[in-house]
Ligand binder design. Structure first.
Ligand SMILES: [Zn+2]
Ligand SMILES: [Zn+2]
Length: 165
């Protein structure tokens, strides 16, 4: 079988706007599709809101845990998915709530988040900043909150460096 045929057989993933993966096999197992997320109550989608490309889902013969299908950006047009924008917004809100942060730290933290989502030239600097700000003093509430918001979306390398294997 050629790569093209394999790709054609790749299913579509259904994900809620918050980022819970509902069903990686939208076409093959429609009985598991839902209009709303049973975990958070938000609406579900199966395509990029910008270019309408389907969200890549299950591949034949490859078993992965559901949440691994969650990606930060559309592979077709590069637009951030709704859950990615939400995670950045939530990081900003948490940074504002954390009164002991300086304005510089707050801005550096929020700016570093997109670079944690994709491996690129900016990623090592983003990790270093992120750690400097969250590990300073006793900022456990902040670092726990950020882990909750960012863990599943962070690129694998960044996730390992920040939170361990
Ligand atoms: Zn949800
Ligand atoms: Zn797109």
């Amino acid at each position: 079988m050629s790569d093209d045929e394999q790709e054609e057989r790749r299913d579509i993933a259904q994900i809620c706007l918050t980022g819970h993966v509902i069903n990686p096999s939208f076409r093959l197992r429609p009985q598991f599709n839902t209009n709303f997320c049973e975990t958070c109550g938000r609406a579900t989608t199966n395509h990029c809101g910008s270019c309408k490309a389907p969200i890549p889902g299950a591949m034949p013969l490859i078993a992965m845990s559901k949440q691994k299908y969650l990606k930060a950006y559309c592979g077709n047009c590069g637009t951030a998915y709704p859950w990615t924008r939400l995670a950045i917004d939530e990081t900003r809100k948490l940074a504002i709530e954390t009164v002991e942060l300086s304005d510089d730290e707050r801005n550096a933290l929020v700016e570093s988040v997109p670079s944690l989502f994709r491996e690129g030239p900016g990623t090592p600097v983003a990790i270093a900043r992120f750690q400097r700000i969250t590990l300073k003093g006793s900022r456990k509430l902040l670092s726990d909150g950020l882990k909750h918001i960012l863990y599943t979306l962070a690129a694998e390398g960044a996730r390992r460096q920040i939170w361990g294997p």
